[in-house]
Design a protein around this ligand. Structure first.
Ligand SMILES: [Zn+2]
Length: 242
């Protein structure tokens, strides 16, 4: 059996033709225009299922990888077009193989679970802000330690200028030493920048991950905007809303 999948003209639902029957899935306007009217063909031969592009310029992904034709399973994640529209493959197979009635009206179609990303935006923003703060402080610390070096050097030099009263000379040298020791000890007690960034990354990795509890793939340093744009988890295929 063959199923032709594409975009419905006009209402832009997902359009399927199988065994001479046509039906639409999803809500009006849900299929982006990067999905062709006749985009791909799914062929079911007994247990074997395969997918192929119907035009060279069509873009079809199977489990996140762009393909022209490929053997698939009912669990494969099929996405069409550059905007990666998710095809509810299992639903289509169930409908065409007669496991559930063919629906033609608008309905909520997707069997792919959907999770909200909203909370991740503040997680990313906070990470970004704290990372910047650590980096700014590192620059400030480096400048301070340079200033301290110059001050100590000046103190030492002034301390050795001839004709200065001995008491004054000793005070200046001791002050210069005190400044040097103070900054040295402070530098020792501060965590290094690398350690701070590492701790921040650890803390962040626990929060910044796929919201699907059965997936939880860490997003690493992928910016929130990018994840928002992808609209979907590469690992588990769940959809994201925000
Ligand atoms: Zn996931």
């Amino acid at each position: 059996m063959e199923i032709i999948i594409g975009r419905e003209e006009g209402a832009r639902r997902l359009h399927c033709i199988a065994n001479g029957k046509e039906f639409n899935i999803g809500q009006a306007g849900s299929v982006p225009s990067t999905v062709s009217r006749q985009h791909c063909r799914i062929t079911v031969l007994g247990e074997k299922i395969s997918i192929e592009n119907l035009k060279e310029q069509n873009i079809t992904y199977v489990d996140g990888i762009q393909v022209f034709s490929k053997a698939i399973t009912p669990m494969s994640i099929i996405q069409l077009g550059s905007e990666r529209f998710n095809v509810p493959l299992k639903q289509i197979l169930d409908m065409t193989l007669g496991k559930s009635p063919v629906a033609t009206g608008p309905q909520s179609s997707s069997q792919v679970p959907t999770y909200s990303l909203t909370h991740l935006k503040s997680v990313w923003d906070e990470y970004d802000r704290r990372k910047l703060k650590i980096q700014e402080k590192a620059v400030k610390d480096a400048n301070m330690s340079r200033l301290q070096g110059i001050l100590s050097m000046c103190g030492m030099c002034i301390g050795f200028i001839p004709g200065i009263a001995t008491t004054f000379r000793v005070i200046i040298i001791v002050a210069a030493l005190a400044i040097a020791i103070y900054f040295f000890l402070q530098g020792m007690s501060n965590d290094t920048v690398q350690k701070k960034l590492h701790d921040l990354d650890e803390e962040f990795a626990n929060k910044y991950k796929c919201p699907n509890p059965s997936c939880g793939k860490p997003f690493g340093s992928i910016p929130y905007r990018q994840i928002e744009y992808n609209k979907q988890c590469i690992a588990c295929g769940c959809k994201y809303t925000h």
